[in-house]
Design a protein around this ligand. Structure first.
Ligand SMILES: [Ca+2]
Length: 333
């Protein structure tokens, strides 16, 4: 069973550098089996720095440009501060890892990357290709959390960006889900019907040579379906954006967030960020969101979450960045 969990979790986490062994996956009963490892009771640290919700009257609501393009060509959308219900109470892969639903208030606006960071942008900022290279408009892949943080630091230090006062960072987990939901309360940014996911996302059901409806297949049939399907990542921006103009928030690449993994609690919080590691194995991992090209639909929901080690350079691990909103931000367009 342990092996089954480990191998089949590849379909969720992208851990490891190779496609999962389909024969082994065939012995697993379901994707729910696959992700039990993401929800141990050991990851029960409190949400560090999380505070009870406060009135939003002091929030900075100074709007910058609705869209912004920086000196490297990266595009951003201005995201207004606000309040939303984070998580989902539905059963998810690995148990209810997204529960309980709780109120989150974000008091500051921010700019969210419209796309996952591309290989070309990664090279421009880091001076080298990401570990896995495949094409300039492909998302940068096999990027560790630490590399993603370094990318933000180097991008912020580029002369044109520094003189414009632009500071980049990874999104917090709450910012990521808020931006993904774009005002929705459904399982996906477009509703609850997973059969529509292919219009918005590259995921295991459509990222290969043939589309596969895994819901209609048994475990062994799933293995056979994946075996020769050549599932892979795809260039950014080919699928529909969400209501706030953000692409690939579901699927394509898992996206690193700042936070360490921690179980949710029910109380309302403001600007949550888990900045200290918690207990247990997962407590020292960093949050990834979005699901990816090798992930079932249920792992690509707005609320689904997983934890990966900071050093992991999995083939499904990419990222997008946040630009701190400030009065000095002006588009280079
Ligand atoms: Ca993504």
């Amino acid at each position: 069973m342990k092996l089954c969990l480990l191998i089949s979790s590849l379909f969720l986490t992208g851990m490891g550098g190779h496609a999962a062994d389909p024969e082994t996956i065939g012995h697993c009963n379901s994707i729910q089996d696959a992700a039990e490892t993401v929800n141990p009771d050991t990851a029960q640290s409190a949400r560090a720095n999380a505070q009870p919700a406060q009135p939003t009257g002091t929030a900075s609501t100074q709007a910058g440009p609705a869209s912004l393009k920086n000196s490297t060509g990266m595009e951003f959308k201005w995201i207004a501060p606000g309040k939303f219900m984070m998580g989902s109470n539905l059963e998810t892969p690995g148990g209810k890892v997204t529960a309980p639903v709780h109120e989150v208030t974000l008091t500051e606006p921010f700019y969210m990357g419209v796309y996952e960071v591309t290989q070309e942008q990664f090279e421009q900022v880091m001076g080298r290709q990401p570990t896995s290279a495949g094409g300039p408009v492909n998302p940068a892949s096999a990027v560790s959390w630490s590399e993603a943080v370094t990318f933000c630091e180097k991008l912020s230090a580029m002369p044109a960006e520094r003189s414009a006062g632009r500071v980049y960072r990874l999104p917090t987990e709450a910012e990521w889900e808020y931006a993904c939901r774009a005002g929705t309360t459904t399982e996906y940014c477009f509703g609850d019907d997973a059969s529509e996911l292919g219009e918005y996302a590259w995921f295991l059901g459509n990222s290969g040579n043939s589309e596969i409806d895994f819901q209609k297949l048994g475990p062994l049939e799933r293995v056979e379906a994946v075996q020769s399907n050549d599932n892979r990542l795809h260039p950014i921006g080919q699928k529909k954006p969400n209501a706030w103009g953000l692409h690939d928030m579901h699927g394509n690449m898992w996206e690193w967030c700042q936070d360490y993994y921690s179980k949710y609690t029910a109380e309302a919080v403001t600007n949550p960020l888990v900045s200290e590691p918690g207990s247990g194995v997962l407590g020292s991992t960093r949050i990834v969101r979005s699901g990816g090209w090798r992930v079932y639909a249920s792992g690509c929901s707005s609320a689904y979450r997983n934890g990966n080690m900071e050093s992991l350079q999995g083939p499904v691990n990419g990222f997008r960045v946040v630009l701190n909103a400030s009065a000095g931000n002006e588009s280079t367009d």
